[in-house]
Design a protein around this ligand. Sequence first.
Ligand code: FAD
Length: 304
Amino acid sequence: MTEITPPAPDGHRALKSPAISFEFFPPKTEEMERSLWETIKRLAPLSPSFVSVTYGAGGSTRERTHSTITRILAETDLLPAAHLTCVGAARGEIDEIVGRYHEAGVRHIVALRGDPPGGIGTAYATHPDGYQTSTDLVAGIRKQHGDIEISVSAYPEKHPESRDFDADLDVLEAKVDAGATRAITQVFFDNDLYFRYLDRVRARGIGIPIVPGIMPMHNFKQARNFVTRAGTSVPDWLAEKFEGLDDDAETRKLVAATVAAGQVQKLAKHGVDTFHFYTMNRADLVFAICHLLGIRPQGAQKAA
Ligand code: FAD
């Protein structure tokens, strides 16, 4: 539950700064690597609870995810969480990856089924000797290591492959029963969808934190394409805010920051105290949004 500090002078209840986490993807080139590290250096002083690094579709970034995670461990005080999927690998290989992470000191895995190797929308095929579902993967990790934190996905609009919300929640419940301790949501833009989903989750008796995943839309057109394929709806009011800005990156950035800041501030006002940011390896918008949430770099002075 949110910890409440004494009432603020304006009569509003004053909330403690929310907890935050950041998601990065492993860089493909040296230039992208430099840019990621500038981002990490800018965001690290905001003291995130953890930072996660994604695992490319089909397991394509296995080594790059690993080297990004180990560099974070070696060069920062941040707690890294490694994403891992069931796709394209036998159980033994996955267990070995988890073992390598554990040996390196990683104590947090984001365990996922993964998208179909043929891309979103194609039929999902499991590796014949692999973990068959995310639930199996969670159980496999838990069996190997009792001291690893396991986060999983959650879908406020249900996963596109799920028959209905009940089937979707069955999967979430199974993942929790197998050992998951936190869920991070797919990106959403309509807060009501999150709150309705949270009601459903709690009505099921699922008690783990359901951390909202927030994505500032640096490039609206590209992002819309990507999130829509993953099952996230983009409301008309949001599209209207970016209308006419295709060739105006500067204004788009300001609009994107305003929209995402509005979303998190409304969530915070309704008691949400933990946020996961899909950073797209960029610091500027996320830094500004965290500032608006009252989060200051460690060592910086707060305004009186
Ligand atoms: P799950 O929650 O396991 O399930 C998806 C659907 O599959 C279910 O709703 C159901 O229809 C079916 N299903 C699964 N298990 C069962 C079961 N036991 N019984 C019956 N039906 C079942 N993808 C990547 O490739 N790399 C990443 O790093 C990555 N990170 C992500 C991080 C977050 C926070 C989120 C929300 C998603 C991420 N994804 C990532 C995308 C994810 O891999 C896809 O959405 C994928 O299609 C589903 O994987 P999942 O673990 O979310 O699915």
